[in-house]
Structure formats: structure tokens, C-alpha cells
Design a protein around this ligand. Structure first.
Ligand SMILES: [Zn+2]
Length: 345
């Protein structure tokens, strides 16, 4: 038997018709795969949002506020940092402390990484500051709303998203020494610029659990991220978002904004701006007046946005993907066999 060899694809050659037919079949399969992939990405985001747990979110906020203080230069701050690191490790993420100096002393952010599968150089960051302050900062700063509420959203998102595969890398960061002037996040951005890290988007949560009986949430930052959050608030939650395409100083998204970090974008979610929480920066900032259903909805808005932007492709493990590939492969094989048989008949 001689190998089949075509010097050209002359249309009147009998083998050319077979090739064209197979190419058509591949084209149809390709478009079907694109449609199925897009539909399944949307279904995957739906399932991710559905896994956000108010119970677990509440447990993270409670755990964080129970440190007597998380003020930047206290033992409570270091302990809380260790707790966050251990939570990230428990989700199977790789975790590292990210050291920086402030006033001659070294402090740490904590960074967990979920590596991207197809474009790992592209990075999306979900962050919140983990330190707290109050009128008695050194000894009593529960910081439940500011900002255990934001850190808990990052933890819950990390827990759920670590069960999925993404095109891009996602980093989950607890920023430190925010209350002294965005020190930890500024240090992170300086390092990212120096190393050429390709941060495409940074989503920051700061004070997201005091609803005051309202479903409103304030979104500010770069247009694309803000619009994505706004859209997902409408799609997945009962929130009433308002938006502003401005870079608001006062939290860790600030130095990630495109105007200060070219190529990067950032957005900021907060319950209200100006701040309307009367317990802000006081020893009375505790879980007792927080609205966990409301904060869970803000977390859902955020997790949908990051899942879409980072390009969710599958759950881990995801048998349906392999079944889809198997069915596609068998379809091609079957079509070729049938065509061969019909030619021989
Ligand atoms: Zn804050």
C-alpha cells in the first residue's frame, strides 16, 4: 500500500473532495467548540458565584476581629497575617510573605498565587488591607468593617476560585500598613514595576459590610473594571451599585490605577463614599452591626468579575472537559471511517 500523496489540491482530484469534506467537518467542530466553550465559561462563572458562602464569609470576619488589634506594629497584626497565610495554604495555593520597610522596620503583605494555564504572565489581583486601627489602636482595634470585611471577601474568593482553572494568573493579597498611608500596596506596586510584572487588573475591597439598611455599593476606578463590577452586581446580586471613573485616594487600589501604573487598571468597592459608618476607626467597629448578606453579595459581584476577566476554563478536576474532547475526537474518527467505507463500497 502506497502512502497517499497529493502534489496539489486540484478540485477534480477525487481525494480533494474528501479533504475538503474533512476540512468542513473540522470547521464546524471548531465553531461548535467555540460556542460550547463560551457557554461553559458562563456556566462556570454561575457555579463559582453560587459557591460563595455567607456562613464562611462571616466566620472569616469574626476570626479577624477577634484579634485584640491588627494595628501594623503589634503582635496581633503578625498573628492575623499568619492566619491569612494558613487559610490560603489550606486552599492549596502557593503563598509567600512580601516584605517591605516602613520607618526602618520590615513588615509583610501576604500573597497567594493561582497560576494561569495559558497566559500565566497576565496577572489579576484581588486585595484588601488586613491591618486595623482605632482610637486605642495599640490594644483595641477590632476593625470588623475596616477591614476584616474586605479581607474576608478576598479569603472567600480565594477558597472558591482555587477550585478552578484560569487562562491568567490570579493573586490574592492581604495588604499591610494601609492605615499609615497605603504603605504595603505602594511597596507592592513599586516592586511590580521594577520586575515588569504584568498586572492587568486589581480589585480592592475596603469596608463592605456596613449596609445601613441599604443595598447600595460604591464602585470607583478604571472604566473596564468598574463597568464589569457594575454589570455583575446587576446580574448576580440584589445590590444597587453607583459608579465613578475616578481614582479615589484612601485605599490600596490607588497605586494600581492606570494613571500611576501604566498597563494596570484598578477598581475599588466600598459600602459608601464618603464613609457613613459611625464606628469607623473606633473600638466599636465590631461584627455586631454588620450585614453579612449584603457583604456576601459584594463578594459575589467581585468573584464573578475576576472569574470572567481571568478567563475561567474548567473546574478542578473537571471530567466534562475531557468527555467533550473525547466526543469531539470520536466524532472526527467516526466521520473519517464512514467516509472511507462509503468510498470502498
Ligand atoms: Zn480601610
Amino acid at each position: 500500500m502506497t502512502p497517499e500523496y497529493f502534489p496539489c489540491y486540484a478540485a477534480d482530484h477525487p481525494m480533494a473532495h474528501r479533504l475538503i469534506g474533512i476540512r468542513r467537518l473540522f470547521a464546524v467542530l471548531f465553531f461548535l467548540t467555540v460556542i460550547v466553550t463560551e457557554a461553559s465559561a458562563s456556566l462556570l462563572t454561575d457555579s463559582i458565584v453560587g459557591q460563595i458562602s455567607q456562613t464562611e464569609y462571616t466566620s472569616y470576619v469574626t476570626r479577624l476581629q477577634n484579634y485584640p488589634t491588627r494595628y501594623y506594629n503589634t503582635a496581633g497584626n503578625a498573628s492575623a497575617l499568619g492566619y491569612i497565610r494558613d487559610e490560603f495554604l489550606g486552599y492549596g495555593l502557593s503563598v509567600a510573605y512580601d516584605p517591605f520597610t516602613y520607618g526602618g522596620t520590615t513588615y509583610n503583605n501576604v500573597v497567594a498565587t493561582l497560576p494561569g494555564k495559558t497566559n500565566p504572565q497576565n496577572v489579576y489581583i484581588v486585595g484588601a488591607h488586613m491591618d486595623s486601627t482605632s482610637n486605642l489602636a495599640a490594644t483595641n482595634a477590632p476593625g470588623a468593617d475596616d477591614n476584616a470585611s474586605g479581607m474576608a471577601a478576598v479569603l472567600e474568593m480565594a477558597k472558591v476560585l482555587s477550585g478552578y482553572l484560569f487562562d491568567s494568573t490570579i493573586k490574592f493579597i492581604g495588604f499591610n500598613v494601609e492605615e499609615q498611608g497605603l504603605i504595603g500596596s505602594k511597596a507592592y506596586v513599586d516592586d511590580a514595576k521594577a520586575s515588569g510584572e504584568r498586572v492587568l487588573g486589581m480589585l480592592n475591597f475596603d469596608m463592605i459590610a456596613y449596609s445601613g439598611g441599604s443595598n447600595s455599593v460604591y464602585l470607583a476606578g478604571n472604566t473596564g473594571l468598574v463597568d464589569a463590577l457594575f454589570g455583575n452586581a446587576g446580574k448576580y446580586t440584589g445590590l444597587t451599585p453607583s459608579k465613578s471613573y475616578t481614582n479615589q485616594y484612601g485605599s490600596d487600589h490607588y497605586y494600581f490605577h492606570s494613571s500611576l501604573f501604566p498597563g494596570s487598571t484598578s477598581a475599588f468597592a466600598i459600602e459608601a463614599l464618603p464613609v457613613n459608618n459611625s464606628n469607623y476607626h473606633k473600638t466599636t467597629d465590631t461584627t455586631s452591626y454588620l450585614d453579612f448578606a449584603y457583604a456576601s453579595d459584594i463578594t459575589r459581584m467581585g468573584v464573578a468579575t475576576i472569574a470572567d476577566l481571568a478567563g475561567v476554563t474548567a473546574a478542578v478536576p473537571e471530567p466534562s472537559t475531557y468527555i467533550l474532547a473525547l466526543v469531539a475526537g470520536m466524532t472526527v474518527w467516526g466521520a473519517v471511517v464512514i467516509r472511507r467505507k462509503s468510498r470502498l463500497a
